[in-house]
Design a protein around this ligand. Structure first.
Ligand SMILES: [Zn+2]
Length: 171
């Protein structure tokens, strides 16, 4: 699992190499071509656009700096799933077969005190096709499927991990 910091270093390297040219914070094409004439972020050692620099200054003044997890460059590349094309039961079977072992690993990591939860969630979104929302504590993964959504809940029970899945039809 790549930490947020490692991801940031990757973006910084690409920024310095000139291959990542949008603003890492807002994701817009607002960076001036000469990298170091843009603003140095207050949250991380990376250049952001002037608008974001001002925005960070304002938020810092209000003592509400926000989180790196909300930056554009930290948003996951979500693999597509065809769950909207298949029926809910079929989708549920596919999720349990293909993703449950991974979800259990994510669940276990989330219980450890020193786990970077933002990074863990980001990795899960990039790994699990069709995963739309993931809550780690309590653990609940939500998938959009045709006609509704599927919820997968995990919790510790009798020394093991209990799995509960529900199909919630659209109202
Ligand atoms: Zn920006």
């Amino acid at each position: 699992m790549k930490s947020m910091n490692e991801r940031l270093l990757d973006f910084k390297a690409a920024q310095m190499a000139g291959t990542y040219t949008v603003c890492p914070r807002c994701g817009c094409d607002t960076m001036k071509p000469d990298l170091y004439t843009n603003a140095l972020s207050r949250m991380a050692d990376i250049m952001v656009c002037d608008t974001c620099g001002l925005d960070e200054a304002k938020l810092a003044f209000m003592r509400a700096p926000g989180t790196l997890a909300s930056w554009a460059c930290m948003q996951p590349n979500r693999p597509a799933a065809d769950f909207k094309a298949t029926g809910a039961n079929e989708a549920q079977a596919a999720i349990l077969k293909e993703q449950l072992p991974y979800l259990i690993e994510v669940y276990k990591k989330a219980q450890k005190p020193d786990t970077d939860l933002d990074a863990l969630r980001l990795e899960a979104y990039e790994t699990c096709a069709g995963l739309t929302t993931l809550w780690l504590k309590p653990f609940q993964a939500s998938y959009e499927v045709r006609g509704g959504k599927i919820l997968v809940r995990l919790q510790e029970r009798d020394g093991g991990i209990a799995v509960a899945t529900n199909v919630i039809p659209d109202a």
